[in-house]
Design a protein around this ligand. Structure first.
Ligand code: ZN
Length: 73
């Protein structure tokens, strides 16, 4: 499952501008049906970052990525 956005309550520090914000969007993953936020943003930064979410959370769930370089040269 890819990264998802969710509203998080409580006080958080925006990961982009450092502002302290409450009840803001966070991007993260659902692990065992529990949302684990990875990055939290204020609404201003959320608007800015939303179209770029793939570059914000580029972690792939596929553990079998093709090897592009041999481990031993
Ligand atoms: Zn911000």
């Amino acid at each position: 499952m890819g990264p998802v956005w969710k509203l998080v309550s409580g006080k958080h520090q925006c990961d982009r501008c450092g502002r302290e914000v409450e009840r803001v969007p966070a991007v993260g993953r659902v692990v065992d049906f529990v949302f684990r936020p990875e990055e939290v943003y204020c609404w201003e930064c959320y608007d800015y970052i939303k179209p770029l979410v793939d570059t914000v959370a580029p972690v792939s769930d596929d553990p079998y990525q093709p090897v592009t370089r041999p481990a031993i040269p």
